[in-house]
Structures are given as structure tokens and as C-alpha cells.
Design a protein around this ligand. Structure first.
Ligand SMILES: Cc1cc2nc3c(=O)[nH]c(=O)nc-3n(C[C@H](O)[C@H](O)[C@H](O)COP(=O)(O)O)c2cc1C
Length: 403
């Protein structure tokens, strides 16, 4: 594996747009689109035209890596009725369309696999995003039984999960591996395991949600056992030349789940299991949201100093995420060794062309060479016409008004 190392001799303005090599994968730059659920699957958890167009925009917009949203490894592990899945072979073909489209437009097709555990069976955001209820059932979207490490709900009024038996845990680890094989068959070149945000793997890690008394609960090592079994099983099922990422909640540094020494030990074990990239989210999510928001300091949400320390001590590559808005901020995180990849969530929804715009902001691409070739000549003609019009409008807006 080649862990991307920032080359200090690179001109600082280029560092975000250097190609990245991980195992056998090369991405054209370090800008990744973060996994973002769309709650828009067709019947049977199938991806459809929405996913194709939504994700295709980011590839046209110049991102190096585009992640498909959290994709359920079994139906019980869905967040909502609109989640896509990879628990069935029938789900491979529509995702292959997505992977093929992303690759054809120059982006690395990537996908996140997830299981929501006790945080499943929720409404879509446009129906409130609380636990499914009778009103939802009347619409044909009733709840389903959810599972977790212990029979402890997220909060009062939330579904009480059934505690997974050891046989069920073994079956679930196999389901993760089977979904990884389907992701490979669909043509994805990078895979991420969702180990954060209060979902099943995170529920096992946290002493708040995991109060088991068997080999999967109690000590920190026991609580990490399910995570490491999933990591090893997925790595064995996922082609050796394709990189594997893991999403972690760095908020765990604060709440006793994984203080820094334990975090470094756990990440080292993930690395030894074959994880190449640590995707460092700052969201917590063990308790209900939005209440958990109050527990996490917000702002530029990426914990750069913590990530830099984990990167230095474990040698794992870091993907930064969390309110990274600006090309210069992104570039700075890479240049100072806090991150190898920069992931964008909401900012990419707001501006799917973020990457090509960032190249212009950093003055790397005056001739629009990074834009789709069908646009280039026209955009080159546009700039000298549009810039003076914009400048005149700005001057008018700032001029003192005459009464
Ligand atoms: C619409 C939406 C859906 C999301 N779905 C997922 C998901 O499927 N998996 C995940 O790990 N995070 C998910 N997230 C979190 C994002 O990946 C990202 O970590 C978060 O939004 C912070 O980055 P940002 O400040 O750039 O938006 C989602 C965020 C948004 C806005």
C-alpha cells in the first residue's frame, strides 16, 4: 500500500490537486464527496436514476472520489424505508450503473456500507426523522424490529432493540463480508465501513449502548471485538488491490469511549486488519439526535490536531470531514499533515462543482482544463465577458446611494 505522503516540495497551491495513490487505486485529486443518504431508494432497496444523477454531478464537478451513501448490509440495518442496500444480488446492477458512470467521468467510485442497529426504523427527514409510528404505517411505511448489542433504546419513545445473540453476530459479520463482495462486483474501487454516528458498530464500542456480559461487552477490548471482526471479514472479502476506509467518531475522544491512548490502539488494530484510511467524523450520535449535537463542539468540525496525532502515531491515512467550506482551508489541512483526503458533505450539495471551483480559487486552472471538455471553450470565452460585468455590478452595489 502507498500511504499518500504530503510532499513539502510541492507548491502549496497544488497539494489538494495532486493524484492520490492507495493500494492499486489512483484518484485524480484529494477531494472526496462524503457519503450522504438520500432516503430515495426504489422498492427493495434499489438505487435508481436519482442516485445516478445526484452522484454524477459530483464527478462532473471534478471530485477525485465520490462515495455512495451508507448502504445497508441487511434490511434490519436500514435507517429508513428509503435506504439502499447490498444484502441481495438484485441490488448490484443498479449500483453498477452508478459506479460505471462515476468512473467514466474521471472519479473513483466508492461506497459506504452500514448497519444502523438500534437507530434503524426511522422516518425520512421530510417526515420528521423520528421513530416510525402509526401514521407512517398507514402510509405503508411501518416500523420493523431493530437490533443492538443490548436491549437499550436510543432514548425514551425509541424502539427497544433486541440484543443480538452470538449466532446472530456471526451471521451479521458474514453479511458485512457478503455486502463487500457485492460492492466489488458492482465495480466500486473503494469501500468504507461505517463505524460511527451511533450506528451498530459504534453501539458495540460505547459502554453506554453496550452492556453485554459476554465476550462482546465489558472491557474495551471486548467492546472492540465486533468492529475488528467486521474489519477483518470485509478485508478478506474485498479485493486486496482496493483500499478500505473506516468512519470513526472522533467525538469518542471526549466521552470516555476511546480516549487518545485507546483511540490510537484501536486505530492501530484497524490498520493491522487492513484498513487504509480513517474517515474522521466529529459527530457523536450514541444518544438521540439532535440532543447529541449539544455534546459536540461545532464549528469547523474536523478535529485537525487529533487527526494529525492519530496519523503520526499509527501511519494511517486520514480523510478529513466537517464543515470544510473553502479551498484554502482544505489545502491547509493537507499541507500541514492533518489529512490526506478532504471529504465534503453539505458544501458539495450546495455546490456540486466545488472541486473545479476550488481549482480556480487556487488559481490552478485558468483555462478550465479540469472542466468537462464540452464546457471548456465556452467557459474560456465566458470569463473575460462575465468578469467585467460582475465587477461593475459589485462597484454599483458598494457605491453610495443618491437620494
Ligand atoms: C444529506 C446528508 C446525508 C448524510 N448521510 C450520511 C451517510 O450516509 N453516512 C455517513 O457516514 N454520514 C452521512 N452524513 C454525514 C456527512 O457524510 C458528513 O460527515 C457531515 O455532513 C459533515 O460534513 P459537512 O460539514 O461537509 O456536511 C450525511 C450528511 C448529510 C448532509
Amino acid at each position: 500500500m502507498t500511504v499518500p505522503v504530503v510532499d513539502a516540495s510541492l507548491a502549496p497551491r497544488r497539494v489538494l490537486f495532486e493524484p492520490v495513490h492507495l493500494r492499486g487505486m489512483t484518484a485524480r485529486n484529494r477531494v472526496a464527496i462524503s457519503p450522504m443518504q438520500q432516503y430515495s431508494a426504489s422498492e427493495g432497496g434499489l438505487a435508481n436514476d436519482w442516485h445516478l444523477v445526484h452522484l454524477g454531478r459530483f464527478a462532473l464537478g471534478g471530485a477525485g472520489i465520490v462515495f455512495v451513501e451508507s448502504t445497508a448490509v441487511e434490511p434490519r440495518g436500514r435507517n429508513t424505508h428509503g435506504d439502499i442496500g447490498l444484502w441481495d444480488d438484485a441490488q448490484v446492477a443498479p449500483l453498477r450503473r452508478v459506479a460505471d458512470l462515476l468512473r467514466s467521468q474521471g472519479a473513483v467510485p466508492a461506497i459506504q456500507l452500514g448497519h444502523t442497529g438500534r437507530k434503524g426504523a426511522l422516518q425520512t427527514w421530510w417526515h420528521g426523522h423520528g421513530p416510525l409510528n402509526d401514521v407512517d404505517a398507514a402510509r405503508g411505511e411501518g416500523p420493523w424490529p431493530v437490533v443492538g448489542p443490548s436491549a437499550l433504546p436510543v432514548d425514551t419513545g425509541w424502539p427497544v432493540p433486541s440484543a443480538l445473540t452470538e449466532d446472530e453476530i456471526r451471521a451479521l459479520v458474514a453479511a458485512w463480508a457478503a455486502a463487500a463482495r457485492r460492492a466489488a462486483a458492482a465495480g466500486f474501487d473503494m469501500l468504507e465501513i461505517h463505524g460511527a454516528h451511533g450506528y451498530l458498530i459504534h453501539q458495540f464500542l460505547s459502554p453506554e449502548s453496550n452492556q453485554r456480559t459476554d465476550g462482546y461487552g465489558g472491557s474495551a477490548a471486548n467492546r472492540q471485538r465486533f468492529a475488528l471482526e467486521v474489519a477483518r471479514a470485509v478485508r478478506a472479502a474485498w479485493p486486496a488491490e482496493r483500499p478500505l476506509a473506516w468512519r470513526i467518531s472522533l467525538a469518542d475522544l471526549d466521552d470516555g469511549t476511546l480516549p487518545m491512548e485507546a483511540m490510537v490502539g484501536f486505530v492501530g488494530a484497524l490498520r493491522d486488519a487492513g484498513v487504509d484510511v480513517l474517515d474522521c467524523s466529529s459527530a457523536a450520535g450514541i444518544s438521540s439526535y439532535p440532543a447529541n449535537g449539544a455534546r459536540v463542539p461545532r464549528g469547523l468540525d474536523f478535529r485537525a490536531d487529533d487527526a494529525a496525532e492519530i496519523r503520526r502515531r499509527t501511519g494511517i491515512a486520514i480523510m478529513a470531514v466537517g464543515f470544510i467550506l473553502d479551498a484554502h482551508a482544505a489545502q491547509d489541512l493537507v499541507a500541514r499533515g492533518a489529512a490526506d483526503l478532504i471529504a465534503l458533505g453539505r458544501e458539495a450539495l450546495f455546490n456540486p462543482n466545488w472541486a473545479v471551483h476550488a481549482e480556480q480559487q487556487l488559481q490552478n486552472d485558468p483555462s478550465h482544463a479540469l472542466w468537462p471538455r464540452a464546457y471548456r471553450a465556452w467557459l474560456a470565452k465566458r470569463a473575460p465577458l462575465a468578469d467585467p460585468v460582475r465587477a461593475a455590478a459589485a462597484a454599483r452595489a458598494s457605491a453610495p446611494r443618491e437620494n
